[in-house]
Write a protein that binds this ligand. Sequence first.
Ligand SMILES: NC(=O)C1=CN([C@@H]2O[C@H](COP(=O)(O)OP(=O)(O)OC[C@H]3O[C@@H](n4cnc5c(N)ncnc54)[C@H](OP(=O)(O)O)[C@@H]3O)[C@@H](O)[C@H]2O)C=CC1
Ligand SMILES: Nc1nc2c(c(=O)[nH]1)N=C([C@H](O)[C@@H](O)CO)CN2
Length: 235
Amino acid sequence: MTSPILITGGTQRLGLAIAKDLLAQHYKVIVTYRTKKPSVDELTALGAILIQADFSTQDGLSKLISDIKSHTKSLRALIHNASDWDQEADTEDYNTLFQKMMQVHANAPYQLNLAFQDMLSANDIVSDIIHMTDYVQVKGSKKHIAYAASKAALHNLTLSFSALLAPKVKVNSIAPALLMFNDDDSAAYREKALKKSLLEICPGAQEAVKAVNYLLSSDYTTGQTLHLDGGRHLK
Ligand SMILES: NC(=O)C1=CN([C@@H]2O[C@H](COP(=O)(O)OP(=O)(O)OC[C@H]3O[C@@H](n4cnc5c(N)ncnc54)[C@H](OP(=O)(O)O)[C@@H]3O)[C@@H](O)[C@H]2O)C=CC1
Ligand SMILES: Nc1nc2c(c(=O)[nH]1)N=C([C@H](O)[C@@H](O)CO)CN2
C-alpha cells in the first residue's frame, strides 16, 4: 500500500505542475487549496484528494490536520508549497502582514511537520519533507521584508527537522528565484527580472517539478537547499 504525498497550495502554478506530475507517476496525492477554481475539479478527475484549507488561522490549520488524519495513516512526502507573496507597499498594517507571513510560511509548516511526523515515519522507505522557500532566504528583500524573513524561518525549519526526523525522513528546502511570472507582471518588470540572473531566463514550473523529483529519488540528501536561481547569487 503506497502512502500519499501531501502538497499544500497545489491548485495553481508550481504546485499544480508538481501535483499533476506526481499523479502522472501514479503517486497517491492529497492537495490542499484555499480558493475553489477549475483545477480543483481537474485534479479530482485525475484521482487526487482535494481538501480546502486556509492556514492563516489556527482554526484553519487545526482543521486541516484533523482532515488529513481522517484520510490517511501514513505519508510518503509532505510538500509545503502554499504561500502568499505579500509586500510592505500594499499595507500600513505591518503587524498583520508580518503575522500572516510567519503563519503561512513558518508556523503552518512547523505544526504540520510535528503533527504528521509519525505518519511520515510509518513507511518502509525513507519519506520526504520539502519546504518551498525562496532565493531571498539568505539575501532578504527590500520590498518583501516580512515574506523574506518568513522564508528564512522556513529554511531554518529544514535544518531542525532534518536532524529531528533522520533517518526515517529527509527534509530539504527548494529555494527558487524567478521561476514563473505572474499574469499582471509588466513588460518592464519582466525585462528587469530576467536580467537579475546569469542565465537570464524564466524557466517555468517544470524546474520545480524536476527539483522535487530529485529530492524524492535521493538516498543521501537531507538538510540541504536546492537553489533554482539561474546563477543570480553570482550576478
Ligand atoms: N513562482 C516563483 O517564481 C517563485 C515561487 N517561490 C515559492 O514557490 C512556491 C510556489 O510558488 P507559486 O506557484 O508562485 O505560488 P502562488 O503564489 O501561486 O501560491 C500558491 C498557492 O498558495 C496558496 N495559499 C496562499 N495562502 C494560503 C493560505 N493562507 N492557506 C492556504 N493556502 C494558501 C494559494 O491558494 P489559493 O490560490 O487556493 O487561494 C495558492 O494557490 C511558493 O512557496 C513560493 O513562495 C519562490 C520563488 C519564486
Ligand atoms: N507565493 C509566491 N511567492 C513568490 C512568487 C509568487 O508568485 N508567489 N514569485 C516570486 C518571484 O518570482 C521572485 O522570485 C522574482 O524575483 C517570489 N516568490
